[in-house]
Write a protein that binds this ligand. Sequence first.
Ligand SMILES: Cc1ncc(COP(=O)(O)O)c(C=O)c1O
Length: 402
Amino acid sequence: MTETTRPADPFTPPAVPAAQPAGQEAPGEFPGGAGLFRLDPDVAHLNHGSFGAVPVPVQEAQAALRAEVHADPDAFFVAVPERLEQARARIAAHLATDPDGLAFIANATEGANLALDAVPLAEGDEILVTDHGYGTVTAAAARRAPVTTVALDPALPDEDAVREAVLATLTARTRVAVLDHVSSPTARIIASPRLLAELRERGVTTVVDGAHSPGMLADPLAGRPDFWFGNLHKWGYAPSGTALLAVAPQHRHRVRALVPSWEDGHGFPRSVENRATADYTGWLAAPEGLDLIETLDAAKVRAHNSALAAHGAALLAGIPGLAALPHTDGLAMRTLRLPAGVADTPDAARALRERIAARERIRVLIWPWPGGGGIRICGQIYNRPEEYARLAAALPKYLRCA
Ligand SMILES: Cc1ncc(COP(=O)(O)O)c(C=O)c1O
């Protein structure tokens, strides 16, 4: 795939005016939203789903904790287990889950590895994944057992179609299913509560990748899988390196830290959280992020973010060659398929994403897919409708096929 700026090039689709599509009201700005962050104002940050962003009050809470560490390291580190317990309890209340079944971890990738190590697998057992799964999570599965991959057409109409495709791919040897709550490239709900219940009935252990759930969904642990891991550093406004592993009671005794520590004999969750002399300030500041969302009114934040993403998707859908993919209402991410031949390999997708970032100062996710990739946009309280209009006006000139 190459790109041209020559207006006469026959492969260059005409620029679309960033006009308001009929029936698609641009949401107003979230009052005070942008002021809560210290993002570069010259950049349109339409990719919150990849790395999140940390609001200033959470940055300040973490800075205060770091100052405590440096003022009296002994006092700080001795108190870490107790303070983690308090932080965990605050977070468990936000997520409506049992604090004893919840551990702080570094990221979703670690969560996948911890969960899959805790499932007894015998020779010949298989793990089911989907082709929408995140690469590092699928790699964690493949390291432990042969994987069966469910091919999910990105255009599948709804959660039922996804559910049927997953169930149809089970084999007699499937012991574990690793499923996204919300998939990264396609922003689809895959691990619906109904699918989880049906897998459980078939004796399949359920592992849910909830990387995008806390802060974006009203019930991040919906369907209460056997194992769930999720990031607070995406939609939960927490510092990087802040994630959670939730484990159903019957599995907790098998969860072992990836690296043994002095707490190794203390079981879940304490043994998993102890990282010796590490930086615990992100985890301890994390409750401030979820508290902030509540203070802003979580339902309002969700509605605003999803309305922004829908607005952006409607603008992009007006570009010739782009096709909006089915979505679930209420999510703060939307995806569209790019024209055939564009971003059809990981290298091509990365190159396109970097070109748009460098030349337009717009951050979006471009995901590769055989035949033609896709674009994912996000809505967050710091975004403005004009940023999506800027993307819609700029994008056509990058869509020349290889
Ligand atoms: C669905 C999904 N799972 C897992 C991850 C990996 O998250 P982390 O980098 O925190 O391990 C991501 C990151 O974007 C993701 O979108």
